[in-house]
Design a protein around this ligand. Structure first.
Ligand code: FAD
Ligand code: NAD
Length: 477
C-alpha cells in the first residue's frame, strides 16, 4: 500500500527533525525517514547528536574539568590529592548524554504525531519517495512536499585511509578507550582543534598537521592569530603548510610522512585523526530521474529558501551550500516547513554564528575586518581584552578579547569577534545587535552589569571610538 503524507523528510538530523516538528506544528502530516543505527540502536538526531556537536562537547567539558582540577585549582587554594582519569566512565557519561537527547527527539516526533520510518529514503520522480526499511519490503511514499536532509560525512583522503581504530575520522576520535600517548591530527580546522584539545588536556602529546599556511582562514585574522598563540601555549603542536604524503600502520602505530617548507618529515603516532572537512551525503538519495540537480561541489543546488530544482522538493543543512553547522541546518529546516505551509520565511545568511569550543572559545558573527575592508567599507575597529576584566580575573580566565568591526561612516556594527571565556554565549549579543541594526553608539549607551564578562563587550564598543575606560586610549571623542 502507498503511504501518503503532506511532507516526507529524508534524514532525521537537526535539520530534518526540526523541519518535521515545525511542519507538524503547522498542521501538516509528516513522515521522517532516518536510517542511522547508533551503538546498535536506531537513532534520530543525525551527526550532531550522535557523533558531532553533543558527544564532542561532552568530552570537551569532561577534559576541561580534568585539566582544571589538575592544573588550575591550586591557584584558587583548592588542594586535591592525586587526580585520576577513568576514560571508560568519561565515555559512558558522554554516551548517556547522547542517549538522553536522541530519545528526547524520538519523543518529540511521537508527541507531534510524526511517523518515524527506520531505514533509507530515496527520492524518485514526481515527489515519490522509495523507503527501504532496515528489515522488510520496500514501500513507495507519496508526498506533497519532500525535504532532503541527508547531511554530511567526513572527507577521506587517499594518503591516510582509515585503519581499525588507529587512523580514525571524527567519529572514531570520540571513542578512544584510552589516552593515546602521541596523537597526530590531519587538519587544523574546527574538528582538529576541538578533538585535539580534548586528548591533549587528557595527556596526549598532540601534533596537528595543517596543509595551508594560515590557520582558520575564515576567521578574522586577529582571532586566528590569538587562537594559534593560545592553543600552542596549551601544548598543541600546530604545524602549518604541512602536506601529508603517506601513512603506514604497523604494530598498532601509524607513521606519517609529510612535507613542509623545511623539507620531508616523518612522525610516529599511537593514533591519527583525519579531520580535513566533510562532504554532502547524496549516495543513494536521488534516483536518476528525480530531477534534482547538484552543484559543482556535489551539494544539492538550492535557492535562498532551500527550494531544490524540482517544485515541491527542498534541501537543507549540510546537504546544501553554506557553513556545515547544526544551527544553520535547524533554521533552514524551520524555514522549509514554513514555506511549505505557505508562510513567508527567511534565514539571515549574513548572520550565522561560528563557534570553536576550545578553551577559551572563539566565536564570530558578521564580517571580519578583512572582508569589510575588501568590500571598500571605511572600517573602524574596537577591541578590548579580558585580561583587565574584573570577572575574568576573579575566575582566573583572562585570555582573549572582544573585537567589533563597524562602518566608520554610519557607525553600524558589521561584525563581532570574540576569543575568550564563554565566547560562544557572549557572541549572541553581537547577533542580536546586528539583527536590530545597532550602532556602536547604541552599545556604548547601554548599562552592562558589573562584574561580568560582558563588560568586555561594552568596553570593546567604547574602544571603537577611543574611549574605553579601563585602557589608556589616546584618541578621544
Ligand atoms: P546530519 O546531522 O548529518 O543528519 C542527516 C541524517 O540523515 C543522518 O543521521 C543520516 O543517517 C540520515 N540520512 C542520510 N541519508 C539518508 C537516507 N537516504 N535515508 C534516511 N536517512 C538518511 N555543528 C555545530 O553547529 N556546532 C558544533 O559544535 C558542531 N560540532 C561538530 C562536531 C563534530 C565532531 C562533527 C562531525 C560535526 C559537528 N558539527 C557542529 C556539525 C553538525 O553536526 C552538522 O552541521 C549538522 O549535524 C548538520 O545537520 P543535518 O541535519 O544537515 O545533517
Ligand atoms: P574544516 O573545514 O573546519 O577544517 C579542515 C582543515 O583541514 C582545513 O584547515 C584544511 O585546510 C585542512 N586540510 C584539508 N586537507 C588537508 C590535508 N590533506 N592535509 C592537511 N590538512 C588538510 O573541517 P573539519 O574540521 O573536518 O570539520 C568539518 C565541518 O564540521 C566543518 O565545516 C564545521 O563547520 C563542522 N564542525 C563544526 C564545529 C563547531 O561548530 N564547533 C565543530 C566541529 C565540526
Amino acid at each position: 500500500m502507498t503511504q501518503k503524507a503532506d511532507v516526507v523528510v529524508i534524514g532525521g538530523g537537526p535539520g530534518g527533525y526540526e523541519a518535521a516538528i515545525r511542519a507538524a506544528q503547522l498542521g501538516l502530516s509528516v513522515i521522517c525517514i532516518e536510517r542511522r543505527m547508533h551503538k546498535g540502536k536506531p537513532a534520530l538526531g543525525g551527526t550532531c547528536l550522535n557523533v558531532g556537536c553533543i558527544p564532542s562537547k561532552a568530552l570537551l567539558d569532561s577534559s576541561h574539568k580534568y585539566h582544571e582540577v589538575k592544573s588550575n585549582y591550586a591557584a584558587h587554594g583548592i588542594v586535591v590529592g592525586e587526580v585520576g582519569l577513568d576514560v571508560a566512565a568519561m565515555q559512558a557519561r558522554k554516551d548517556k548524554v547522547v542517549d538522553g537527547l536522541t530519545s528526547g527527539v524520538a519523543a518529540l516526533l511521537k508527541g507531534n504525531n510524526i511517523t518515524w520510518l527506520q531505514g533509507s529514503g530515496r527520492l524518485l520522480s514526481g515527489k515519490q519517495v522509495e523507503f527501504t526499511p532496515h528489515e522488510g519490503e520496500k514501500q513507495i511514499l507519496e508526498a506533497e512536499s519532500v525535504i532532503l536532509a541527508s547531511g554530511s560525512e567526513p572527507v577521506q583522503i587517499p594518503v591516510a585511509p582509515l585503519h581499525d581504530g588507529v587512523v580514525v575520522d571524527s567519529t572514531g576520535a570520540l571513542e578512544f578507550d584510552q589516552v593515546p600517548k602521541r596523537l597526530g591530527v590531519i587538519g587544523a580546522g574546527v574538528i582538529g582543534l576541538e578533538l585535539g584539545s580534548v586528548w591533549s588536556r587528557l595527556g596526549s602529546e598532540v601534533v596537528v598537521l595543517e596543509a595551508v599556511d594560515n590557520m582558520l582562514p575564515m576567521a578574522d585574522k586577529a582571532i586566528a592569530k590569538e587562537a594559534q598563540k593560545i592553543l600552542t601555549r596549551q601544548g598543541l603542536d600546530i604545524r602549518l603548510g604541512a602536506r601529508v604524503s603517506g601513512t603506514k600502520v604497523a604494530k598498532g602505530k601509524v607513521t606519517v610522512t609529510y612535507t613542509d617548507a623545511k623539507g620531508d618529515h616523518e612522525e610516529v603516532f599511537d593514533r591519527l585523526i583525519v579531520a580535513v572537512g566533510r562532504r554532502p551525503v547524496t549516495d543513494g538519495l536521488l534516483s536518476p530521474d528525480s530531477g534534482v540537480s547538484l552543484d559543482e561541489r556535489g551539494f544539492v543546488h538550492v535557492d535562498d529558501q532551500c527550494h531544490a530544482s524540482v517544485p515541491g522538493v527542498y534541501a537543507i543543512g549540510d546537504l546544501v551550500r553554506g557553513p556545515m553547522l547544526a544551527h544553520k541546518a535547524m533554521e533552514e529546516g524551520v524555514m522549509a516547513a514554513e514555506v511549505i505551509a505557505g508562510h513567508h520565511a527567511q534565514v539571515n545568511y549574513d548572520l550565522i554564528i561560528s563557534v570553536i569550543y576550545t578553551h577559551p572559545e572563539a566565536a564570530w558573527v558578521g564580517k571580519t575586518e578583512e572582508q569589510a575592508k575588501a568590500e571598500g567599507v571605511d572600517v573602524k575597529v574596537g577591541q578590548f581584552a579580558f585580561a583587565v576584566n574584573g570577572r575574568a580575573l576573579a575566575s582566573d580566565d583572562t585570555a582573549g578579547f572582544v573585537k567589533f568591526v563597524a562602518d566608520a561612516k554610519t557607525d553600524r556594527v558589521l561584525g563581532m569577534h570574540v576569543i575568550g571565556p564563554a565566547a560562544g554565549d557572549i557572541i549572541h549579543q553581537g547577533l542580536i545587535a546586528m539583527e536590530f541594526g545597532a550602532t556602536i553608539e547604541d552599545l556604548q549607551l547601554m548599562c552592562f552589569a558589573h562584574p561580568t564578562l560582558s563588560e568586555v563587550v561594552h568596553e570593546a564598543a567604547l574602544a571603537a571610538d577611543g574611549r574605553a575606560i579601563h585602557a589608556i586610549q589616546r584618541k578621544r571623542k
